[in-house]
Design a protein around this ligand. Structure first.
Ligand code: ADP
Length: 362
């Protein structure tokens, strides 16, 4: 296996559309990195440039020590798995797995062994003599993965490989992918718009927006310390709540006063040089429903949704509030629609962002 280095890569399409700008991303040997962002942010373009299906308009790409920026796809020794499985319908699973090897004139005896190993890795042994039409969507995607594995490439590239599967199968296949990564110790770059997929699969997650890399870090760090308001709003479900206001630093502490709603929060920690207009971000999971005397602010319960072991509570801090504030609380908490409750924000889980730039303050 090999590392992948994307260095200062720009891509402007012939129509003038800028898909990536100054993209820098290093994927270590054996590492699983997920590139995630909203639709149109440039993630497929980035992946396709690593595969050699698009040529960068600036910067370099390396696979291992070799620069491949201008090298055609077939000479890059990488395997790509797409959303559509593109299996040969008239060939069996065994023949589908063997096809690429046959094309590359790998000796017959060796092909059988490689196919067997890939089938074992993915639990496909019992399906080897079936045709794709006799398989479920998840099994077909496994065959597509198997076809990538038998090639024993320097790195694997995945472009939204699970988006054709239903929710249950997606979770199952996701676990299989994670297992496969562990087993093979393979270098993997994986593209998805689904933040949950990114968070569960990646050793590291790279968040892209409008062609610019926003943050590259472990899932825990991206979730707990988002680098800016975009990452904070994109990662995590339900979406983070934002409140705009003013931060004033004083002796050994500071105070946030909300513009829209009547609440302010005193903080022990001093956010040095952090005074000014800010956005406060609070994840729904970090809002507790409390009695009025403990509350940071009171709110009227709009809608309560049962998520299973938890409740998703939509609240209105004021009548005029456009979007509701969301809180996720244990299912045992008693809340009724239209009642007025107290909300308390967990002090150690507050996120502050500069209003103009969106950059993280704390
Ligand atoms: P993502 O994978 O994040 O959804 P893409 O990398 O596919 O985004 O596309 C990034 C942007 O570049 C989009 O706005 C898309 O419309 C544009 N784009 C993609 N391919 C081309 C192309 N061949 N010519 C012009 N614009 C393109």
């Amino acid at each position: 296996m090999a590392s992948i280095r994307i260095e200062n890569v720009d891509k402007t399409y012939p129509n003038g559309h800028v898909a990536t700008r100054g993209l820098d991303l290093h994927i270590g040997d054996g590492e699983f990195v997920v590139l995630v962002g909203p639709s149109g942010c440039g993630k497929s373009t980035a992946l396709r440039m690593v595969a050699g299906l698009e040529t960068p308009t600036g910067g370099q790409i390396y696979i291992g020590e070799k620069e491949v920026t201008e090298v055609p796809p077939q000479d890059r020794d990488i395997a790509m798995v797409f959303q559509s499985y593109a299996l040969y319908p008239h060939k069996t699973v065994r023949e589908n797995l063997a096809f690429g090897l046959r094309m590359r004139r790998v000796p017959k005896g060796s092909i059988a062994g490689q196919v067997q190993r890939a089938a074992a890795t993915l639990g496909l042994e019992e399906f080897l003599d079936r045709k794709p039409a006799q398989l479920s969507g998840g099994q077909r995607q496994r065959v597509a993965l198997g076809r990538a594995i038998v090639r024993d490439p320097q790195a694997f590239l995945f472009d939204e490989p699970l988006s054709n599967l239903d929710a249950k199968l997606r979770v199952q296949t996701r676990a299989e992918l994670a297992r496969m990564h562990k087993k093979l110790g393979a270098t993997m770059l994986y593209v998805t718009h689904d933040q949950e997929e990114a968070m569960t699969l990646g050793d590291r997650v790279a968040v892209l927006n409008e062609g610019y890399l926003q943050q590259v870090d472990t899932p825990a760090e991206v979730y707990c310390r988002p680098a800016n308001a975009f990452v904070a709003g994109f990662i995590g479900s339900p979406t983070m709540n934002f409140f705009s206001g003013v931060l004033e630093s004083g002796d050994g502490g500071c105070r946030f006063s909300c513009n829209e709603f009547p609440f302010d929060i005193a903080l022990d920690e001093s956010l040095a040089a952090a005074s000014g207009k800010v956005q406060l971000g609070v994840r729904p999971q970090d809002i507790q429903i409390v009695s009025a005397n403990e509350a940071d602010v009171t709110a009227k319960v709009d809608v309560v949704e049962l998520l299973g072991s938890e409740l998703l509570v939509h609240l209105r801090v004021s009548e005029s509030q456009g979007e509701t504030t969301r809180a996720v609380v244990p299912e045992s908490v008693v809340v009724r629609e239209d009642e007025v409750v107290g909300l308390r924000f967990r002090r150690d889980r507050l996120h502050f962002f500069v209003l103009d730039s969106g950059d993280r303050l704390n």
